[in-house]
Design a protein around this ligand. Sequence first.
Ligand SMILES: [Zn+2]
Length: 160
Amino acid sequence: MVVINSIEKGIVIDHIKAGLGAKILNYLDIDTEKHSVAFLMNASSGKYGKKDVIKIDKVIDVDLAVLGLIDPDCTVNIIEDHIISKKIKPEMPKKVTNVIRCKNPRCVTSVEANAPHIFHLINEQNREYRCEYCDDIVSMKGDNVNEIVHKKWIGNQSAK
Ligand SMILES: [Zn+2]
């Protein structure tokens, strides 16, 4: 049993699918000089078997869209005065900018350094996102989250 000291004010990101915690931490890029961060890997969880947990001191707003993109099954607990004041279930964002990189070498984002990488959610079940420019598809599903999957978009090109 691992105990992380309780925090007065901060957030606890719980029920992160085991293995995705590091990815979330890396993306959030918390300033550890100002905030203390506790990261628990592979904790036992009745619900999912194994989970990762992240606690961040003195931060109460995080990028929920990105959490929803990386792991929509996690739970965000906002802690104020040592108690959970709010529980948030992040949702998969409809649109993300500069989170997923388009790897299509012919895409305008590969040619122009300043072009923003914009992706739109096209399939919630398979957690698929489509590049705004070249229509390449990236799946964020399950264990594939680390090895971004590319498929060619074959749907209705005008459906935006
Ligand atoms: Zn693209």
